[in-house]
Design a protein around this ligand. Structure first.
Ligand SMILES: [Ca+2]
Ligand SMILES: [Ca+2]
Length: 310
């Protein structure tokens, strides 16, 4: 919540205001939420609420927020440099990507590895533009020596990323976990980033970055901080894949699967990528088949896969 020009972050908050000067309240939704209206005031149509403070009278105004399905996974970890060779070491770094169509303000967000004490807070005014990338460095000076043309970088985070594996966690300013990746230096994770200079690179920025199969080694010898990854995509031209996955405001998920006439398909779903449940079976018509699933809850995961059966 913003009160006049002040961003309120600790509550309760107290201040002295004049009854003749209206105050201005602006809701600041946490990532993953959107503003849903004011309660307790009349004629509050606009997002920014200007209200007078009546003398000797208490007023209660409530800002209401609702989950915003379109905002899920707005910021994702897309690249990790956890073990560069000593001869050319820019320090451990992590790349973040804004997959959303509005700038995302990371002020007050926190980055941690698997240890609570390992903690880095983003400075006020750290913003990633729509489609943009940000390199988060453990040693910005060394990073800039190796990558003088990458100006979207911040640091230093005061810890190192494990050379055998680690868990990277990103939290928004309210403390909600926004993204997490637990990588390893052994299969099924790509092993090349362990000491060669190549980085762990997410194949598809819209892919599920908690799964090892979504990652590859960078083609570039030192990775691609601040720009799109260069690793090969997971699927070949001919493989089976959903051409669209969308979440409606009411939470209904719609998947589109191109089919070949006469082929049998099984669509399965999972909450953890470990156990898969058979969900739908269809015989292909040669056209796109549409599948609908019920409400998705915010900050929960659900995975779908399609399998061609005999
Ligand atoms: Ca390391
Ligand atoms: Ca990159």
């Amino acid at each position: 919540m913003r009160l006049n020009s002040i961003k309120l972050e600790t509550f309760p908050w107290q201040g002295t205001y004049f009854e003749s000067v209206p105050v201005e309240l602006q809701p600041l939704p946490a990532p993953g939420y959107r503003f849903a209206g004011w309660a307790g005031v009349e004629n509050a149509d606009s997002t920014v609420l200007t209200t007078a403070l009546p003398e000797d009278q208490e007023i209660t105004v409530t800002a209401m927020f609702e989950p915003d399905p379109g905002a899920i996974n707005a910021i994702v970890i897309t690249e990790i440099n956890y073990h560069a060779p000593d001869a050319a070491d820019p320090g451990d770094w992590v790349e973040l990507h804004n997959g959303w169509n509005v700038p995302i303000d990371l002020s007050g967000w926190v980055f941690k590895d698997d240890q609570e004490a390992h903690h880095f807070q983003f400075q006020e005014g750290t913003v990633i533009e729509p489609g943009g990338y940000l390199a988060l460095c453990s040693d910005k000076a060394r990073f800039e020596l190796q990558f003088p043309n990458v100006n979207q970088c911040v640091g230093d985070f005061p810890f190192r990323l494990g050379n055998a594996g680690d868990t990277l966690r990103l939290f928004d300013f309210t403390g909600v976990e926004v993204d997490t990746v637990s990588y390893k230096d052994s299969a099924p994770w790509p092993v090349e980033p362990d000491g060669s200079g190549r980085t762990l690179s997410l194949r598809d920025v819209a892919g599920e970055n908690s799964a090892a199969a979504s990652w590859t080694a960078s083609v570039s010898a030192t990775g691609t901080p601040g720009k799109a990854n260069d690793g090969p995509p997971l699927e070949s031209q001919n493989s089976l894949r959903f051409t669209s996955v969308s979440v409606a405001p009411d939470g209904v998920v719609t998947l589109m699967l191109p089919t070949t006439a006469g082929c049998r398909y099984s669509v399965q779903k999972s909450a953890d990528l470990a156990t898969w449940m058979d969900w739908r079976q269809v015989v292909g018509s040669g056209e796109d088949e549409q599948f609908k699933d019920d409400v998705v809850f915010l900050h929960s995961h659900r995975f779908y896969r399609a399998v061609e059966s005999e």
